[in-house]
Design a protein around this ligand. Structure first.
Ligand SMILES: NC(=O)c1ccc[n+]([C@@H]2O[C@H](COP(=O)([O-])OP(=O)(O)OC[C@H]3O[C@@H](n4cnc5c(N)ncnc54)[C@H](OP(=O)(O)O)[C@@H]3O)[C@@H](O)[C@H]2O)c1
Length: 295
């Protein structure tokens, strides 16, 4: 069997087309233009490329997007003051502080300072709490993108054995939570694995849906999955440089081996990555609607 490729690029394109229509309607009918601000501290090349991609996508959809880049030695007080300024700016619906922040800045304190109604990354404790309770909130972008990919590809989650490898706050923990919610796209039986898991392969082999968010290239090998599994590979690992200077990327799963056994699999690149950015746009449009009493 050769797996169906779950293309995040294609699914993201469809969602972006839907959002473009939604943004145009907001402007035509309500004179509302969603506004997004991204704040980058320092010059980390990966963070720079993520922020640039987010702004480019926002602009392409008709969202007002502002990119603020601060020097790496920016102090916490100044960063908090900037967030506060945007918290009070009615034209700004979404505030995104690109992580990681430099070590001298308390990341949690900065994330907590963002108005939960503008927290389009879905990292504020209020949004995390509401997510766990199954209440209305901004869902974190990568897990949200995974849900959309699964739903739009017609993957049945109800009653499925979902095994997640990785327990980070931005991917593993929230996707585990969302998959077990009592609602469409959830209702799964969830196992969450990490470095202390005894016999990782025992768990991964049971998976109907396997989600890898590990950060170790090809750590999930062909012999660790069963026939017919649906694999979502969140990993983005830079494993070298092409002659062009472009980074060569690999996922957390051994794509070539697993695609022969899986029913469906996301590629890296072109899988979860484009979905993450698109969900940020979806959250920004949602924030603009909420701020204008339209949701
Ligand atoms: N495509 C996207 O949009 C997107 C978004 C976010 C992240 N990513 C990528 O996804 C990957 C994971 O990122 P993250 O931020 O979630 O990761 P993270 O914070 O680095 O956490 C990695 C998790 O994997 C676990 N782990 C590491 N090695 C393991 C092993 N050999 N066996 C079992 N578990 C292991 C760790 O366990 P412990 O907790 O025990 O240490 C930890 O829970 C990275 O490659 C990142 O670049 C992609």
């Amino acid at each position: 069997m050769s797996a169906k490729i779950l293309s995040g690029t294609e699914t993201a394109k469809t969602i972006r087309e839907e959002l473009t229509v939604e943004v145009a309607e907001l402007k035509d009918k309500h004179n509302v233009v969603p506004g997004l601000v991204t704040i980058l501290v320092g010059e980390d090349p990966a963070s720079q490329s993520y922020v640039t991609a987010k702004n480019k996508t926002a602009k392409a959809l008709g969202i007002n997007s502002e990119q603020v880049t601060l020097p790496v030695d920016t102090n916490e007080e100044d960063l908090l003051a900037l967030v506060e300024k945007y918290n009070n700016d009615a034209a700004v619906n979404g505030i995104l502080v690109q992580l990681p922040l430099p070590k001298h800045v308390n990341e949690a304190k900065v994330l907590d300072s963002i108005d939960p109604n503008k927290d389009v990354d879905g990292f504020h404790p209020v949004n995390v709490g509401n997510m766990v309770l199954g209440e209305k909130c901004f869902l974190p972008c990568t897990p949200h993108g995974i849900l959309e990919l699964l739903q739009r590809s017609g993957t049945e989650t109800s009653g499925a054995e979902v095994v997640i490898v990785g327990r980070s706050n931005i991917v593993g923990k929230p996707i585990a939570n969302l998959m077990l919610q009592k609602r469409e796209g959830g209702n799964a039986t969830v196992t969450l694995c990490h470095t202390r898991t005894k016999d990782l392969a025992f768990h991964t082999k049971r998976a109907d849906i396997l989600i890898a968010a590990v950060g170790v290239p090809k750590v999930i090998t062909g012999d660790m999955v069963k026939e017919g599994v649906v694999v979502i590979d969140v990993g983005v690992n830079r494993i070298g440089k092409a002659e062009s200077g472009k980074a060569i990327l690999a996922g957390d799963v051994d794509f070539d081996a697993i695609k022969e056994k899986a029913a469906a699999i996301t590629p890296v690149p072109g899988g979860v990555g484009p979905m993450t950015i698109t969900m940020l746009m979806k959250n920004t449009v949602q924030a603009a609607k909420m701020a204008n009493g339209l949701l």
